[in-house]
Design a protein around this ligand. Structure first.
Ligand SMILES: Nc1ncnc2c1ncn2[C@@H]1O[C@H](COP(=O)(O)OP(=O)(O)OP(=O)(O)O)[C@@H](O)[C@H]1O
Length: 255
């Protein structure tokens, strides 16, 4: 496992908006193939951290490496599943067409057949291939979220980032979504961002919390906490057990 490459690394990163220090002296990393949860209370800086990962904002201090490069260069290797995707319900678009949007940048004309096959493959991953020709607006909220996962998977990303994936979902939709993610675990690096500070999915290898400020600092930092298995199949975040943000779960994985 020593050779598993680092997927994302923050080294002493600080970021402020003009009148607000959000993140200060943040260092953590995780490896390819890991299933990572990033949690933080409302307003703590989760979206800001995602923007930094996706290269949409630049840190004032420190360095971020995503898949071995500056995030601006590697963000095309990321499949991003937003919390909400705005759409016009009167616009007649099928499920398959929504999924194919995930490939707009990667394929040119004349590759329609390959695009269709890839879209179908992505829909199979989320167990919705049977709805490929259905209108997107006819789907339930939970099904739409899984279509967005398929859209992100379509371009075969190296890392999947999901923002509050189970927000407003019923239990059954949530179970199906996590069953999809369980199938992807290990093959794709997965980062899930949520504001639930108590627990994470049992698929989670490690959890990073956007936490209180380090002494003498104004912005928040990121701390790795230990996890404990709950009886209901989730994992509880042990806030009183802090691990170094650079401590890997597996012996010998570090570096
Ligand atoms: N463009 C901006 N300019 C100035 N301040 C901002 C900007 N975007 C966010 N903030 C502030 O930065 C802090 C962190 O915001 P951010 O959206 O990253 O938090 P969050 O953890 O994603 O919150 P939530 O869970 O509510 O979505 C908040 O205090 C927010 O008001």
């Amino acid at each position: 496992m020593v050779d598993v490459p680092i997927a994302l690394q923050f080294v002493s990163v600080s970021f402020s908006y003009p009148a607000l220090d959000v993140l200060e002296d943040v260092s953590f990393h995780f490896h390819s193939g890991e299933f990572i949860a990033l949690v933080g209370p409302n307003g703590s800086g989760k979206t800001t951290l995602l923007k930094l990962i996706l290269g949409l904002e630049q840190p004032q201090k420190g360095a971020i490496t995503l898949l071995g490069q500056n995030p601006k260069k590697s963000s095309s290797l990321i499949g991003y599943v937003p919390q909400h995707a705005s759409y016009d319900p009167t616009f007649p678009i099928t499920v398959q067409e929504v999924v194919r949007m995930g490939m707009v940048a990667s394929t040119g004309r004349g590759q329609r057949k390959q695009e269709l096959e890839q879209a179908l493959w992505a829909l199979e991953q989320v167990e919705l291939a049977h709805l490929a020709s259905r209108s997107y607006s006819d789907l339930s909220g939970g099904q739409r979220r899984r279509v967005l996962v398929a859209r992100a998977l379509c371009a075969k990303p190296s890392m999947l980032i999901l923002d509050e994936p189970a927000a407003n979902m019923d239990k059954e939709s949530e179970r199906r979504l996590y069953a999809t993610l369980a199938n992807l675990k290990g093959e794709t690096t997965i980062l899930i961002v949520t504001h639930d500070m108590r627990q994470v999915s049992d698929l989670t290898d490690r959890v990073f919390c956007i936490d209180a400020h380090k002494q003498g600092k104004v912005g928040r930092t990121v701390v790795q906490h230990a996890l404990e298995d709950y009886e209901d199949g989730t994992k509880r975040i042990l806030h009183d057990v802090r691990l170094s943000g650079d401590q890997c779960q597996k012996e010998g994985l570090d570096g």
